[in-house]
Design a binder for this molecule. Structure first.
Ligand code: HEC
Length: 148
């Protein structure tokens, strides 16, 4: 029984970085929530969802003509948050996370002469590039953050 439960949980973890998650999302509201109660996302998955929500807000601010106020310091957790698969924290991950923090900080650089939309899209493109290396599932969702 325990083994069954563990393999069930393992499947859910694997799904978190899988394309099938996307299909689930569209029907999420209609489905019973039992499965979601059992799914325990990693620190990194939680941070990623936070980063998604925060960047969505930044995008809206930019579209409304407001300047985003401050670089969200919690994003720095990307350097330490525990991943679902610990081995994913490799050299590629480290260099993309550094690049991501740099480009995200640029959004808040008031001295920059580059248009804010471009700076925002640069950061989102780093999200996408890192995801292309090992976690392709959320990419279609992340692309929706881009300012057209
Ligand atoms: C350095 C690489 C990297 C960068 C940069 C990155 N991600 Fe991720 N992302 C990952 C990895 C790896 C996972 C899987 C985390 C896990 O399961 O522990 C993930 C997971 C996710 C998830 C799924 C979380 C879940 O519930 O399973 C979303 C959504 C996401 N990222 C969005 C973003 C957004 C938005 C950005 C930019 C603001 C971003 N990511 C930047 C590597 C990255």
């Amino acid at each position: 029984m325990r083994v069954l439960l563990l393999s069930f949980l393992a499947c859910l973890f694997i799904l978190s970085c899988n394309d099938s998650k996307k299909d689930n999302e569209t029907t999420q509201n209609k489905k019973e929530p039992i499965v979601y109660d059992m799914y325990e996302p990693s620190e990194m998955a939680l941070l990623m969802n936070e980063m998604y929500a925060h960047n969505l807000k930044i995008k809206q601010d930019i579209l409304d003509g407001k300047m985003p106020a401050e670089f969200p310091l919690e994003f720095l957790k990307i350097h330490s948050a525990e991943l679902t698969k610990a081995k994913d924290r490799n050299a590629t991950f480290e260099s993309f996370s550094k690049l991501f923090i740099q480009t995200e900080k640029e959004i808040f650089n008031q001295a920059s002469t580059q248009p804010i939309e471009e700076r925002f899209n640069n950061a989102v493109n780093v999200c996408i590039s890192c995801h292309q290396t090992n976690c392709t599932g959320p990419i279609p969702r992340i692309k929706k953050l881009l300012i057209k």
